[in-house]
Design a binder for this molecule. Sequence first.
Ligand code: THU
Length: 140
Amino acid sequence: MQLDADTEDALLRAALAARENAYAPYSGFRVGAAALDAEGRIHAGCNVENAAYPQSQCAEATALGAMVTAGAWTLQAIAVAGPDTDEEGPLLTPCGGCRQRIREFATASLPVLLCQPRGIVARRELAALLPESFGPGHLG
Ligand code: THU
């Protein structure tokens, strides 16, 4: 699936804006996400940590919750924004649990934009992040 440059840019900006509001006092690791639904609407979210650490929520989960709350069940793309890293630094990719959360509303070819404040640094298809995934189809 190909996204046009304007759509990619809107997703980048929404993910970065959400990241500004991240509540990450424990890790200091701020993340924003922006989900593009089938109608072209963008739903953003940030990570929301908790003093009881396991209760923290990833940015992707917040964005997907906003999308479902707005009445949408189909993803067209998702952008995830973390901190700037140098060339050798590890790229922020969605955690394992969030890959599965994304899968619920997406097909294998879903574009996942990996973003930093300096821009979109990589593009992946969901299938590359979560091969041979389990999804709603398995339940009939
Ligand atoms: N985090 C996300 O929001 N998304 C990811 O895909 C990876 C990790 C958050 C969770 C926690 O608040 C912080 O980053 C450090 O793990």
